[in-house]
Design a protein around this ligand. Sequence first.
Ligand code: ZN
Length: 83
Amino acid sequence: MMTKLACPHCGSTEEFRYREDQTVNWGYGVVKIVDDALQIDPDGEHSDFGDVGTGAGPFIECVECGEGFPIPSGLKLNFVDPL
Ligand SMILES: [Zn+2]
């Protein structure tokens, strides 16, 4: 059972953002993983083009090195306090 994210590029387990394509690329804070679900906080940057979770090509961005990687399989997405 995965309990935390790890960047496959730099190995960081510190800070990540959830990103998806809403015409332009928007990022959301990843709070933590609870019960195999990524808790994604849509505060901060958010899109006028669509609600969080409806964009294409979602991925996780490592704040440490800036590289992206796919959302680990088996993890659900839980958008906390949706807009
Ligand atoms: Zn990294």
